[in-house]
Design a protein around this ligand. Structure first.
Ligand SMILES: Cc1cc2nc3c(=O)[nH]c(=O)nc-3n(C[C@H](O)[C@H](O)[C@H](O)COP(=O)(O)OP(=O)(O)OC[C@H]3O[C@@H](n4cnc5c(N)ncnc54)[C@H](O)[C@@H]3O)c2cc1C
Length: 468
């Protein structure tokens, strides 16, 4: 950590908003004008729209993340969590990965901590569920799904096999619909290599409490997305929810009961709950309440944007909706970050603030290889696309939106290679316990260990050896 007399701009969170805001500030700043400090528990930014493709093995997981220190060489990047903010003293408390928490003074503050999975107290969910917010979850899900095929192939127990081959996804927004689309596609591909597992043996279930999926692309394309998934054999249950999933026994409100080893929870997000410790004004759902300039209400030196902020939607308000707020998506996060960066510089120099205003440009969603839906807004026109063309739009848009040329090139290279080579369908689940095999090899042989522990009592030694 540098000790400096310069004012410090503290950016809390190095995700979409944090990364782009810090880059913008560093680009516009005069040499030595301020120290930009970015704090995040991860040393990388994750491009979340690519998590479903990473889960399906279409993009290498490393190419979906951007190392903060490399992309922000002029910033001070600290790996840790901001746990509290003291506004009177202008000090943040940081809990590093290891060691004692410490205090860091700041002059200007950017709050960009994003959102976390929104869950409900459903019995079994905490123990059985997996989310889709981070690259770790995408890798974990991919390995887990492929491992289920291995399990099903290896067992003679029909119940175990059925449970392994049943996959339940709760939540049909971007994250849920794209993830089930991609994972079903991968599992279908992988099944070709098994003699005793076929796609027909697998059961994919998508559940949503709303009466439609993919609300982001509008009702018509959402309906198409549902029909498309159903045509691929996915069971879609709408206007229902999951009541419990204790030990993998899933019970839906509509009466359906299935056993499953795989419960993917993508039923929405909520603002990072840590915000409640910062003493900032929060909206009814826990977002930081900002003005149109992205400044936090009542605090001229604090800005917030992205999934953790409620930002007035000026376009919606001009159209007559007084309560319009910007939706939490990458499209707004990127643009808000730029305006926020400019406003921090202006705030530091005593210049007026710019208002944030952006008209929705549409939405694209991929549902597996060569399958997708897209809604492009051009002025008053809404162009709706589906199938292969929409999928190209999805890849083109997100490929170009991926931060840094290094990562754009790697992502496009992954896609290009996949056109010529078959998809990689190996499960590396053991990656989560890399020391297990070495531990088994290195631990003393049972008899020797027991003999060393109890040399004087032969009867007991025998007992211990049996137990170990
Ligand atoms: C699976 C999935 C698919 C998506 N697909 C699309 C899509 O197709 N199109 C689209 O527009 N949007 C999509 N989104 C939404 C989009 O990714 C988010 O809106 C965007 O990432 C929000 O950016 P953010 O900076 O607010 O939050 P994030 O990018 O989540 O960044 C928040 C950062 O804060 C850090 N942080 C958390 N707690 C602390 C703490 N205590 N101290 C310091 N740092 C902290 C986190 O580690 C993280 O790096 C998708 C999201 C998901 C999960």
């Amino acid at each position: 950590m540098s000790t400096t007399e310069r004012p410090r701009i503290l950016v809390v969170g190095g995700g979409y908003v944090g990364l782009y805001a810090a880059r913008r500030i560093l680009k516009k700043m005069r040499y030595g004008e301020a120290t930009v400090t970015v704090v995040d528990p991860r040393s990388y930014m994750t491009y979340q729209p690519f998590l479903p493709e990473a889960a399906a093995g279409s993009i290498s997981p490393r190419h979906v993340v951007v190392p903060l220190r490399r992309v922000l060489p002029k910033a001070e990047v600290l790996t840790g969590r901001v746990t509290t903010i003291d506004q009177d003293r202008k000090v943040a408390t940081i809990a590093p990965l290891v060691g004692e928490a410490y205090e860091l003074p700041f002059d200007y503050l950017v709050i960009a901590m994003g959102a976390v999975s929104r869950t409900f107290p459903i019995p079994g969910l905490a123990e059985q569920g997996i989310g889709m917010k981070g690259i770790e979850e995408a890798i974990g899900l991919r390995n887990h799904v492929l491992e289920q095929l291995d399990k099903a192939d290896s067992t003679t127990d029909e119940e175990v096999r059925r449970k392994a081959l049943t996959f339940v996804f709760v939540g049909g927004g971007f994250a849920g619909a794209e993830t089930i689309g991609e994972v079903e596609d991968m599992a279908r591909d992988a099944a070709k290599y098994y003699t005793s597992v076929s796609r027909e043996d697998m059961r994919f279930i998508l559940v949503d409490a709303a009466d439609k999926i993919l609300p982001e692309v509008g009702p018509k394309l959402g309906a198409y997305g549902k029909e498309h998934l159903e045509a691929r054999g996915v069971e879609v249950y709408l206007s229902t929810s999951m009541d419990s999933c204790v030990d993998g026994h899933v019970v839906l409100k509509n009466g359906l009961e299935v056993d499953s080893n795989t419960i993917v929870w993508t039923a929405g997000v909520k603002p990072n709950p840590v915000l409640s410790r910062f003493g900032l004004p929060l909206g009814p759902r826990g977002h930081v309440d900002t003005r149109t300039t992205l400044q936090v209400q009542g605090a001229d030196y604090i800005w917030a944007a992205g999934d953790n902020a409620q930002v007035p939607d000026l376009v919606g308000r001009k159209a007559g909706n007084e309560n319009a707020w910007c939706p939490p998506n990458a499209q707004h996060a990127l643009r808000q970050a730029r305006v926020l960066g400019d406003n921090v510089i202006s705030g530091m120099r005593g210049f007026p603030q710019k208002e944030y205003s952006h008209a929705n440009k549409g939405a694209v969603a991929g549902l597996g290889l060569h399958k997708g839906v897209a809604m492009i807004v051009m002025g008053k026109m809404k162009i709706k696309l589906k199938g292969r063309l929409a999928w190209y739009m999805h890849r083109g848009y997100h490929g170009m939106a991926m931060p840094t040329w290094n990562r754009k090139i790697r992502v496009f290279a992954d896609w290009t290679l996949a056109m010529f080579l078959k998809r990689e369908v190996v499960s590396l689940g053991a990656i989560e316990t890399p020391r297990e095999e070495f531990y088994e090899a290195a631990k003393p042989a049972p008899a020797a260990a027991a003999a060393k522990a109890e040399p004087a009592a032969p009867a007991k030694t025998e007992e211990k050896a049996k137990a170990s």
